[in-house]
Design a protein around this ligand. Structure first.
Ligand SMILES: C[S@@+](CC[C@H](N)C(=O)[O-])C[C@H]1O[C@@H](n2cnc3c(N)ncnc32)[C@H](O)[C@@H]1O
Length: 227
């Protein structure tokens, strides 16, 4: 056997590496997950941004979140470092960690992937939070994160700009702005508008379709926006 072939034989296939779920999903939806090495190499191209808490990332075909989990990991590592260096209190960590989550967006066509992505990011957040603060963790902080992921990881078609669960509805993306004293302003934008106007600048511009009153970050929930 030629050495090159031998190397190829020893390499795991994409299926073995968990990059492919089924041939049908690959041909129907182009579903091939990116391996960790490539994810890191690509994110390293914008390393500084991945470590800036408020820097926003939107992935329009996010799968189960291979890129988004690494962005969250990098941002939370920065938050943890501040705590370890005694620069931030628990409350400051919570605010910045929630802020980090609020900056991460995904759109995914397949409901199982979208849900897996939310669960994965939520699970990772809770793991880190509990490891740092144990019994002192606040349910309100976990709830705020679950709420944000419920809004930011969207089951939708990034080509038609429509939601999967409600095909008559346009995809709406929420901008979360931390304005001081832990307060957050939500502004909603139609995704089609962001695609049409966002030419390499900020993800959001000054034309929201809806603006909401400020909410304290630990109160972020569906209930906070009712009425
Ligand atoms: C090549 S995979 C990449 C997944 C992930 N970004 C990664 O790198 O691991 C493409 C993903 O896009 C999703 N997808 C395909 N068409 C889409 C569309 N029109 N809108 C949103 N997501 C779509 C597929 O379901 C699949 O999860």
């Amino acid at each position: 056997m030629h050495m090159d072939n031998m190397d190829a034989d020893l390499k795991p296939t994409p299926q073995q590496k968990g990059q492919i779920k089924s041939k049908e999903r690959v041909s129907k939806h182009g579903e091939v997950f990116t391996a960790e090495r490539e994810v890191n190499a690509m994110l390293d191209l914008v390393k500084q941004e991945t470590e800036r808490i408020e820097s926003r990332f939107l992935e329009p075909a996010c799968g189960d979140g291979n890129f988004l989990i690494e962005i969250l990991r990098r941002k939370l590592a920065v938050c943890e470092q501040r705590v370890q260096q005694k620069q931030w209190t628990q409350l400051q960590y919570e605010k910045h960690a929630v802020w980090a989550v609020s900056s991460i967006y995904g759109i995914e066509l397949l409901p199982d992937n979208a849900e897996a992505c939310r669960q994965r990011l939520y699970g990772y957040f809770c793991e880190q939070y509990e490891r740092l603060f144990g019994e002192a963790c606040k349910p309100a902080c976990r709830n705020a994160v679950a709420y944000l992921l419920g809004r930011n990881i969207i089951m939708g078609d990034a080509l038609t700009y429509r939601r999967v669960d409600q095909p008559d509805e346009w995809i709406v993306v929420s901008e979360w702005s931390f304005i001081g004293e832990g307060k957050v302003v939500r502004r909603d934008y139609s995704f089609s508008y962001l695609v049409a106007t966002g030419q390499g600048g900020d993800l959001f511009s000054d034309q929201p379709c809806d603006t909401f009153p400020p909410v304290y970050f630990l109160n972020l929930s569906h209930a906070a926006y009712e009425n």
